[in-house]
Design a protein around this ligand. Structure first.
Ligand code: UFG
Length: 329
């Protein structure tokens, strides 16, 4: 039986496919290639181009392939974009998930692991953030992910499907082989933006605000290697296969770094000066986001392996240095 990875040509999806195949799983990928890349598709996975909002496409996939469980990455995930085009997020993330669930229920597929986010919490009530903390998203992206979690809850009660929701903190880094990595267009994430400077694609990094209540005034985030995130998905599939109940887990390293610390670390890794300038705060950025991942460690047996920021940036640099245009030739 195969694992179906929706969005398996995207950043976290493609890394998860690599780990699944390494662990001996049979993998089927579906991706509409809106933000994913064909070049990121693992050669041993069976690829179908299609959209999760297309129920006929999904129904056919579930009939043609022998699917045991689904891992669902197929969503839009840019906070800024979600504020200017909220309906795009309701359409792809929420409506898309509704169509997917309909098809899963009708085709008797009863296990799903899906991407959620630290953005479901909004402004945290305390640090580190626990799964039981208040969820009050401050942007449309986080709101659609929280609504997806709730949709799973009610559908699971009615139809017996079981799910694991994984709330990622700041995904970063690249596959150790250097074959796949992060490639967004336009890029908005801190580490790839920083690395555009030594790659001679930009002159400096803008630091979005230095007047936050943190040790150096810049925002603190919990950076987690994409391969560690990928491993958590495999553990979550095993957890559901073992018959366990639906659950929600945070995934982070439990350690926060300021924007200035990340830039300093990138200077060390690349040997480049990486000039930085202070620019205005970015709307909707909480000052500090750090996960408690004790629950994932205890229940899933998850253990991040690439937990030093230096190692994370080294893997990202290896990828970006050799692929300055991402997957484009
Ligand atoms: N930042 C800068 N300059 C930049 C880009 C980012 O200073 O050019 C700062 C941001 O203000 C933030 C930190 O770097 O403080 C990290 O920013 P990212 O855009 O890399 O990541 P976010 O923390 O904003 O977002 C990430 C994920 C989202 C998810 C969110 C959860 O990318 O999908 O975490 O809070 F929703």
């Amino acid at each position: 039986m195969a694992v179906l990875v929706l969005g398996g040509a995207g950043y976290i999806g493609s890394h998860t496919v690599y780990e699944l195949i390494d662990s001996g799983e049979d993998v089927v990928i579906a991706d509409n290639l809106q933000t994913g890349h064909l070049e990121a598709v693992h050669p041993k996975a069976r690829f179908y181009k299609g959209d999760i909002r297309d129920k006929e496409f999904l129904d056919k996939l579930f009939k043609d392939e022998n699917i045991d469980s689904v891992i669902h990455f197929a969503a839009n995930s840019l906070v800024g974009e979600s504020m200017v085009d909220p309906l795009k997020y309701y359409d792809n993330n929420l409506y898309g998930t509704m169509v997917l669930l309909k098809s899963m229920v009708e085709n008797g597929i009863d296990k799903i692991v899906f991407s959620s986010t630290a953005a479901t919490y909004g402004e945290p009530e305390s640090i580190p953030i626990l799964e039981s903390d208040r969820t009050e998203p401050t942007n449309t992206y986080g709101e659609t992910k929280l609504s997806m979690e709730k949709m799973f809850k009610w559908v699971s009660k009615a139809h017996g499907l079981r799910y694991v929701s994984l709330r990622y903190f700041n995904a970063c880094g690249a596959h150790i082989s250097g074959e796949i990595g992060e490639a967004h267009n336009p890029e908005s994430h801190l580490i790839p933006i920083i690395l555009q400077v030594p790659n001679e694609q930009r002159k400096e990094v803008g630091i979005f605000g230095d007047d936050y209540n943190t040790k150096d005034g810049t925002c603190v985030r919990d950076y987690i290697h994409v391969t560690d995130l990928a491993q958590a998905h495999i553990l979550a599939v095993k957890y559901l296969r073992a018959g366990n109940e639906s659950n929600i887990f945070n995934l982070g390293n439990g350690v926060g770094f300021t924007v200035k610390e990340v830039i300093e670390c990138a200077r060390k890794v690349t040997g480049h000066k990486i000039p930085a300038v202070i620019s205005p705060r970015r709307a909707g950025d909480p000052a500090v986001l750090i996960a408690s991942s004790e629950k994932a460690k205890k229940i899933l047996g998850w253990k991040p392996e690439h937990d030093s920021l230096e190692e994370i940036i080294e893997t990202a640099w290896k990828w970006h240095k050799n692929h300055p245009k991402g997957f484009q030739k």
